[in-house]
Design a protein around this ligand. Sequence first.
Ligand code: SF4
Length: 213
Amino acid sequence: MSEVLKTFYQNQAATIIKNLTKRGMEGHYCSTMDEAKAKVLELIGEPGKSIGYGGSMTIDDTDLKQQISDAGHDLIIRESYGPEKEAQSELKARMTNADTFLMSTNAITIDGELVNIDGMGHRLSYLIYGPEQVIVIAGMNKVTPDVPSGIERVHNIASPKNTVRLNCQTPCVQTGVCAKCLGHTICCQVVVTRASMVKGRIKVVLVGEELGY
Ligand code: SF4
């Protein structure tokens, strides 16, 4: 990465972190994903914490989950729960009461708002309420000028890529462009996090790399 881009990311992140603070959220900047993983482990704290996570290519493209398990934490492996009502009910209870919920964000604005769009909304429900703290890991490619451009980013970049990954039957899976579908859509819930009522509950780790969708 060029020195110019490194400095640009640092400067932009400093502005976002200042704006997150005024919204009751905590911001950190790491220039690499390796630094970010160390920061996440530091924020999680002493061994023995329960850790949930949402679907995220940013997280899945790293060994962060393995590092969390190796550090002696109780990683809630959601994929290991079956579809039965009892299993899902136990998973929901564990996730809601987790010490930390890990996720990325579909977009983050310069002014410090988080923009996310989900199908079922599991990920967003834990962002909004439940886990003691939420750690959001976001590459600087997720930064947008404002909320409308953040929503636009999700519809025309994140969701069309996710529909290909998930082999969905949506218009964007063929065209790469949002058609504002309503049938088999993965864009059901649009959530803008403009502030955290519990000060410092949401911690954003910005990373000076292109990560995830
Ligand atoms: S076409 Fe549908 S699923 Fe694809 S981005 Fe648009 S609203 Fe979302």
